[in-house]
Design a protein. Sequence first.
Length: 360
Amino acid sequence: MGLRYAIIGCGRISTNHIAAAIRNGFEIVALCDIAPNSMEKLLVKHGLPDTTHCYTNYQMMLKEEEIDLIAICTESGSHGEIAINCLHAGVNLIIEKPIALSLEEADAIISLAADKGLKVSACHQNRFNKSVRKIKEAVDSGRFGRLLHGTAHVRWNREENYYNQSEWRGTWAHDGGALMNQCIHNIDLLRWLMGNEISEVIGMTDNLKHDYIEAEDLGLAIVKFSNGGYGLIEGTVNVYQKNLEETLYIFGEKGTAKAGGKSVNLIEEWNFEDNQDNPDEVKQLNSEHPSDVYGFGHEALYADVKKAIYTDTQPYVTAEDGRRALELVLAIYTSAAEGRSVRLPLYQSKTTDFERVISI
């Protein structure tokens, strides 16, 4: 049999995880959710066997089942605690974004996984997009030359019906706002592709039209990377009527690239001084057309984690990568709350620090 797999949290993203697990030949031994009907829907939708057990308490699941890999897909505020308990039980993890809502919990996950020799992958599946992989290849091979600046834009729509689906949405304790929830995938890509190391962040946030949530519906930031490049971040859920775009630009002294589409899944600009390839062919061969913003990356991420477990290597997207994305969002929140630029690295910060600080 394949890896013994379970999922904690059977909400809207869970079906992507189950499908990825099935395609990678995992043995799905258990589902866990506080709502039994959510598990029932997954059982039926994916035709899971009678041997797949359902739990409303994940601690009980950990005691009763032998599990190799768990996906944590609960509300963001519970990721850290659940992850730490699963690691204590000796289980490898895929953790939905964000890896946690506090740097202290993220650091605890990283440390515990290392101590126990377990694999933890932050679920930033867009790194596996054909478009993103092509841009990463160009960065790594030096085709851009010196990286000048990059931009990450998430211009989406979320109305009251979205937030009413679950009480935790838009709260500081369990979610955060547009930057932490909707934009963190693109924020991860920008930081990763621009060299990871950041020296300074300036941010502003506001809540312009969602007065029924605690956190921001608009976030803007300027990032100074340690390599001398800059980044611009724009994240909003205020776009009228429906999602508009998620785009990522990388500008270098010798090249320009743009990924766009529903989930940065299309190469829309490709121009390099070296003329190594045909831009039209690159766009055609490295673009995908998913039906939703989640894209196609989950299956590849699961395959990579499977390989990491069997070969005792690190996943392509590590827990440290998840921490970096979290740190950048928390730095923007800190800058917005305190009205100053923020130097990185950060060692202590969490979303609940901003419950009474950021005036929105």
